[in-house]
Design a binder for this molecule. Structure first.
Ligand code: FAD
Ligand code: DLZ
Ligand code: SF4
Length: 512
């Protein structure tokens, strides 16, 4: 039997399920760079270059190991431009008895795959993606009958299932979660170790040239290019994180410092999401660092929770709720995404820093995504689809399955509280506490009203006034609405008129 194995750009793992029965003497692997994937949103230039280079390196390594690989480059003359088109083209060249593929991580692509058998009249086997640590069925079963899904409880199940940081059936250290010890504000003159910068080789240089030519009108800087593009390099990046930054990951998980885009985060999401690193190996490396006294429990547990908990949880929600999830807009947010999200031209220093770092690196860490950019999108009532598209474009780790629940559920509360128990709304005081951005800002974080006041201060209250009908009943917002209830009408009027002035200026294209 001759089989065709299709490997997508985020399936760059040698132990991917689609390769488990591969017969080197008979079978063929298809990998392809296709316009449909590069254009369905206008991805950041660095994101395309990263994936193409990682794909080309993966294909080369596999070829060197004797796999028969059919690799289509983007500018190949007969490139059909889509996964389906490329499968059709190769089926015309060889006789295959069967197509094997690991399920696509995105709904859109999986729907296409499901049509291949009918369209081509060939047996198609779509295998589960066992790189994820919870199966679809497990997540469904866990979610069944629950009105609200909460990550913390799911995470405990995952800890038990994979025996991570467990002492028999109890969590190591006596607690499941050490966040009380985490999330310290930044210190002055922090000496954050540099992130890994890989050397570029000829393959990467070719790709950089291609992307600069073909995707000139896409957002983002292509150079300097520093991502790991091979498994060895990604492993090096993982080891560097474990050795140099993991021990402080918990303490400074929420801290933001001007000029320090990477902080003590791992910068591994790109590699995990495209398959160069396996999530379980990353978790086990971190766990080992704890047992060998190389990192404290608050850091290791906090880090592991992000991968074993949040990453699996958002994927579970995506597959449980798609395709309806893509149309959620509980708060009827409809304001157009302002140009400042692309240009970084704003007087709000926190927003400027986060947008410009995103443009340069195709990366911003979680708190920048959540509590600065996301907080602004929530408070300003930005259109859910436009915000989703922006996040899918700008980050090198962005795929819909992980991006959408974080945007629709976590930052915009557009699913009405299915993923998060309350909106992650914050005033300027939070950003001031967790960063040094405010001291370089044109606005004053301590001022509550007027043109010099930090916009987050009045936009915060304007948001809760605007949405009282929907949010007042939320028991986690009791304190917020009690404070609002004590506010006199004059104060509320000042808040609303400041917000109105701000939104009008933003719509006008003024630098706000
Ligand atoms: P670390 O802080 O070092 O965390 C370790 C790992 O945990 C990450 O590499 C990632 O695999 C995982 N992780 C952490 N938080 C989350 C989370 N909320 N959801 C899923 N996985 C998580 N992550 C993506 O991988 N792709 C996205 O498109 C994406 N979009 C996001 C959009 C918004 C609005 C928000 C608030 C978060 C988003 N995240 C996304 C989650 C998180 O911000 C990134 O995973 C993280 O910033 C990546 O950097 P890191 O590898 O240094 O992460
Ligand atoms: C993100 C992306 C881009 C930009 N280009 C390609 C590509 O040309 N070929 C490919 O195989 N994958 C690409 N990807 C990743 C895919 O979008 C990703 O594999 C699917 O969306 C997963 O469902
Ligand atoms: Fe951001 Fe407000 Fe601080 Fe300026 S004052 S950096 S707008 S939080």
């Amino acid at each position: 039997m001759k089989k065709l194995t299709v490997i997508l750009g985020d399936q760059l793992s040698r132990d991917i399920s689609s390769l488990s029965d591969f017969d080197k003497d008979n079978d063929v692997i298809l990998m392809c760079e296709v316009h449909d994937e590069t254009k369905y949103v206008k991805h950041h230039k660095k994101k395309i270059a990263f994936l193409f280079s990682a794909m080309r390196h993966f294909a080369k390594d596999m070829k060197d190991d004797g796999y028969n690989i059919h690799y289509t480059k983007l500018d190949d003359a007969d490139n059909a431009g889509s996964f389906t088109g490329e499968v059709e083209r190769i089926l015309k060249q060889y006789d295959f008895d069967k197509i094997i593929v690991t399920e696509a991580a995105e709904y859109r692509v999986l729907e296409d795959m499901k049509k291949w058998a009918g369209k081509f009249g060939v047996d198609v086997e779509i295998k589960a993606d066992d790189r994820f640590l919870a199966t679809h069925e497990e997540f469904q079963k866990w979610a069944e009958g629950r009105k609200e899904l909460r990550m913390e409880f799911f995470y405990r199940e995952m800890r038990r299932k994979h025996n991570i940081l467990m002492d028999g059936d109890k969590p190591v250290g006596g607690k499941w979660n050490f966040d009380k010890e985490n999330r310290k504000p930044p210190k002055d003159n922090m000496a954050v170790p540099a992130t890994y910068h890989a050397q570029t080789d000829d393959i990467t240089q070719d790709v950089i040239k291609l992307v600069a030519e073909k995707f000139d009108d896409h957002f983002g800087d292509i150079e300097p290019f520093f991502f790991a593009v091979t498994r060895d390099q990604a492993l090096y990046a993982l080891n560097k994180f474990i050795d140099e930054r993991l021990s402080k990951f918990g303490d400074f998980q929420d801290a933001m410092v001007q000029g320090e885009p990477w902080m003590y985060h791992s910068h591994l999401s790109f590699y995990i999401n495209c398959g160069l690193l396996n999530p379980l190996e990353v978790i086990q490396k971190a766990e080992k660092a704890y047992y060998e006294d190389d990192a404290p429990l608050n850091a290791v547990e906090g880090f592991i929770r992000q991968i074993l908990g949040w990453r699996e949880y958002v994927r579970g929600i995506y597959w449980l709720e798609m395709p309806d999830y893509a149309h959620k807009n509980h708060l009827h947010a409809q304001r157009d995404l302002p140009w400042l999200f692309w240009s970084g031209e704003t007087k709000m220093n926190c927003m400027r820093q986060c947008v410009l770092e995103t443009k340069e690196n195709a990366y911003a860490h979680h708190i920048q995504r959540l509590m600065v950019l996301g907080n602004f999108a929530l408070l300003a009532g930005l259109d859910v689809k436009q915000v989703n598209e922006w996040y899918l474009i700008v980050y090198a780790d962005a795929y819909e399955w992980v991006e959408m629940p974080n945007v629709t559920g976590m930052i915009l509360y557009a699913d009405g509280g299915y993923l998060a128990s309350k909106p992650y709304a914050a005033s300027g005081a939070y950003i001031n506490r967790m960063s040094d951005y405010c001291k370089n800002c044109s606005y004053s974080v301590t001022k509550k009203n007027g043109p010099k006041a930090c916009p987050f201060n009045y936009l915060y209250w304007d948001f809760f006034i605007r949405h009282q009908d929907r949010l007042k009943g939320n028991h986690r917002l009791g304190h917020t609405y009690r404070t609002l209830g004590k506010m006199d009408d004059e104060k509320k009027h000042m808040i609303e008129s400041d917000a109105d002035r701000f939104f009008k200026a933003m719509k006008n294209g003024d630098c706000v």
